[in-house]
Design a protein around this ligand. Sequence first.
Ligand code: DC
Length: 219
Amino acid sequence: MVIAIDGYSSSGKSTLAKDLAKALGFIYVDTGAMYRAITYYFIKDSLNFEDNHILREHLPKIELTFRNEGGDNKIFLNGEDVSVIIRTLEVSSKVSEVAALPSVRKKLVAIQQSMASQNLVMDGRDIGTVVFPAAEVKFFVNADVNERSKRRHLELTKKGDNVSLDEILSNLIHRDLIDTTRATSPLKQAEDAIAIDTTHLSRKAQLEFALDVVKNKLA
Ligand code: DC
């Protein structure tokens, strides 16, 4: 069974996806982390990902693996644990551009589809529309952009990242625009997805709502 969760940046979809996977005993896959890891690969060596020759040369050299360590989902880029570094504003400010590249999407969609033999909760932007259009359950998560900025600000400042709320707000607005208007697999709600607005919903209430939907489906 595949549960697809798509939605806007910092809308709470990863938290919901993690909680749902834990409650159901499913594997959680964070596809945003995969796009972030590829972005980190290019920016760490100042490689111009807009140059097709560079993309063609480097994409086959990128290997991504997931491992669960003590309840934490970790992502490894060619063997290096990049789970923390991919969350910086530097990566966030470039990831939408990298995620708009068709060859990057092609590589990652193939990896994501190859995981389907297990029970999955997968979150991203195109899971219910492109990666698993026949997913048994689909959710589409959104929240007010100011609320999303506050949440991301709290997350980053807790980690000691010294960023302003304004920087985060403009980054989110910029990413929303690129994610929803790119030519390849733009972020949009699948026709059969159930919308969840998390602006005023507690984490517990979101999980309960989603679990009810899944249980009805299983019944
Ligand atoms: O969920 P996130 O903020 O970590 O995602 C990072 C970026 O990756 C986001 O700007 C859009 C992109 N993304 C995508 O295009 N497709 C996905 N399936 C997941 C993420």
